[in-house]
Design a protein around this ligand. Structure first.
Ligand code: HXC
Length: 273
């Protein structure tokens, strides 16, 4: 697959500063690397400092750009305030925000404890709100842009996913509310709803190892590069009149959920949960 720099101008984000939660791995790492590859600077945050520092170093080496790691649990207001302060201290501003930190697992309703449900809501939904709250004045000052990472499983009530689905539905709502409320300040707020993306922790937790992707209309699972391309587009001037939109990047997969004739991706069965 073509890299983003084969498609978009290499210095597209020169001088721009990104703050990304969950940027140490998977989809969000790829989103971060794409911004840095196009001249931006980035701060990535998550709970695991070792993993973050390794990812920051690797991304810096791969791109020649600056990527800084700051430990933060998005559930804790003091942590996200500190991450925002460190970003501004280091780079002077924040132009772009990606809310990507998420926690997920498959669990039938009867196996989902009170604490399990609350934990996922706190990481995904509250974490998105907390970090945006902390960064919003800086994003407004730079007339910046926000991308919230959502999913598609709540569109059709996928089994064993009510905790993540409820959180992501809340994130979809926040995307619209913020687009309306921050739009007058020149801030665009959008989301990306990835489908099954290969080689991610999320997919390995949700799908069986021999999952069948032939039912995806475009005939393949997604890649982190697919999400990187969408990120570059949404942050770029090409999307300057797009706000409040959730961009589904799934090869038309969710449209086939429960459609006769389309094989379902086989989730890990309840006996293994
Ligand atoms: C049922 C579970 C469980 C499971 C944890 N819990 N795993 N319940 N089935 N498989 C319960 C625990 O028993 C506990 O409840 C509560 O959840 C909190 O668990 P902790 O381990 O104490 O919490 P914490 O250490 O904060 O970890 C949070 C986590 C963990 C979400 C449980 O998995 C995590 O940190 N994940 C981050 C990485 C991740 O999940 N990435 C994938 C994101 S993919 P009790 O009652 O026992 O105290 C994604 C998109 C998916 O979000 C879309 C794909 C298409």
């Amino acid at each position: 697959m073509a890299s983003t720099t084969d498609i978009f101008k290499p210095e597209l984000f020169k001088g721009k500063v990104l703050l990304c939660s969950g940027g140490g791995s998977g989809i969000c790492r790829s989103m971060t690397e794409a911004v840095v590859r196009h001249g931006g600077k980035a701060v990535i945050i998550s709970r695991s400092l070792d993993k973050l520092q390794k990812a920051a170093k690797e991304m810096s080496e791969a791109t020649g750009g600056e990527v800084i790691a700051v430990q933060a649990d998005v559930r804790k207001p003091a942590d996200v305030e500190n991450a925002v302060a460190k970003t501004v201290e280091k780079f002077g501003k924040i132009d772009y925000l990606i809310n990507g930190a998420a926690g997920n697992f498959l669990a039938p309703f009867q196996k989902l404890s009170y604490n399990a449900f609350r934990t996922v809501i706190e990481i995904d939904l509250m974490g998105t709100w907390n970090l945006t709250k902390a960064a919003s004045e800086y994003i407004k000052a730079s007339k910046g842009s926000i991308i919230n990472v959502s999913m598609t499983l709540h569109y059709t009530g996928s089994p064993y996913q009510q905790h993540a689905g409820a959180a992501k539905a809340g994130i979809d709502a926040l995307t619209k509310h913020w687009a309306v409320e921050l739009g007058p300040f020149g801030v665009r707020v959008n989301g990306i709803a990835p489908g099954p993306i290969e080689n991610t922790v999320g997919l390995s937790r949700l799908a069986t190892s021999n999952a069948n992707y032939s039912g995806i209309p475009l005939g393949r699972a997604g890649t982190v590069t697919d999400i990187a391309h969408s990120t570059v587009f949404l942050f770029s001037e090409a999307a300057s009149y797009i706000s409040g939109h959730m961009l589904v990047v799934d090869g038309a997969h969710w449209l086939t959920h429960h459609t006769p004739g389309y094989p379902e991706i086989v989730l890990n069965p309840p006996s293994k949960l």
